[in-house]
Design a protein around this ligand. Structure first.
Ligand code: RI2
Length: 308
């Protein structure tokens, strides 16, 4: 197996590279680098190795469809190539294009999302979403007076990344433990979270605990916004496929010997928030209602997606 591809897959699996957008860009870049470094001239062999490389990347983490979309956007048209050189050119250009469009989407969403933030707002965010923090930082940059509650997000504690990022941008930030969400909700005006996958029904799959935030926000009549590039929309869900929820090792939750061996530990990484708890999904195409995800998806992926 190509070393760069294997290393990227390992770094995604052990979460050195994490966040749905980053893993998508890493997957697309790894395919581009594989093409750049390929030495042979046999097209059939090249395509076989490319297929293997794609599978290694896609097997690294199962939930965020951004990785699948990033890899597939990079592979687009490669099977029409007549030579290794042609295939290489297609892959490098697709990979660069995906990374560029992905970064642009994050910037556009930051600007659109910041418009929803008002002077004096208190915002709650969960885990560490570069898109959600992008919105918050942009609102702050525009001079809006805001306060942010950020959840710790056990067990990986990505909330520490979030508070460091927001604090260094000068945002008034308070770290809370995950179980404090309902307690602080009465002080919150808006919730902004990221996305790992959005289904064709407008449900959000995001870091474990997101659905509890949504329920607490619903109860308190607090607006709940999802910040998601459209490459986090899952075409597979058009056919009724369920999103696989990753479960990670128990060592992320307890240390060896800390609890009796008879005790089981369940460590799901993501959960699903039904569309009815989501006010709006902020995408690079604009704000869309969760009920419109299906239409946007068919437009984005083309009508043929329904026949595949
Ligand atoms: P951005 C993360 O997953 C979080 O669930 C976050 O909300 C989501 O990816 C989106 O991140 P993990 O990789 O693309 O920490 O907005 O398990 O950065």
């Amino acid at each position: 197996m190509d070393r760069t591809v294997q290393e990227t897959a390992d770094r995604i699996r052990d979460m050195t590279i994490r966040g749905a957008g980053r893993i998508a860009r890493a997957g697309a870049s790894a395919i581009g680098d594989f093409a750049k470094g390929y030495q042979g001239n046999d097209l059939g062999r090249f395509l076989d190795e490319l297929d293997q490389a794609s599978r290694v990347l896609l097997d690294s983490r199962p939930t965020a469809v951004s990785l699948w979309n990033g890899v597939h956007a990079t592979l687009k048209g490669v099977h029409d190539a007549g030579s290794v050189d042609e295939a290489r050119e297609v892959l490098i250009s697709n990979s660069d294009d995906f990374v560029k469009r992905s970064l642009e989407a994050v910037e556009i969403i930051s600007r659109i999302g910041a418009k929803r933030v008002q002077d004096g707002d208190t915002i709650l965010t969960h885990c560490n979403s570069s898109v959600a923090t992008g919105v918050i930082k942009e609102a702050h940059r525009q001079g809006k007076d805001i306060r942010v509650f950020a959840t710790e997000s056990r067990p990986w504690r990505q909330g520490i990344l979030t508070v460091n990022d927001l604090a260094s941008a000068g945002v008034d930030t308070t770290l809370i433990i995950d179980s404090a969400v309902r307690s602080v909700m009465k002080k919150v005006d808006k919730v902004f979270v990221g996305a790992d996958t959005v289904t064709s029904h407008g449900a959000l799959v995001n870091k474990i605990g997101t659905s509890q935030l949504a329920l607490a926000a619903h109860e308190a009549r607090v607006q709940f916004y999802v910040c998601s590039e459209t490459y986090k929309f899952s075409p597979m869900t058009l056919f009724g496929d369920m999103v696989t929820i990753e479960e990670r090792d128990i060592s992320e939750v307890v240390s060896p010997g800390e609890i009796p061996e008879s005790v089981k530990v369940f460590n799901p990484v993501f959960d699903s928030t039904p569309a009815r708890y989501i006010d709006s999904i902020i995408t690079e195409l604009g704000m869309i209602a969760p009920g419109s995800v299906y239409d946007v998806m068919v437009r984005q992926f083309g009508p043929d997606v329904l026949k595949e």
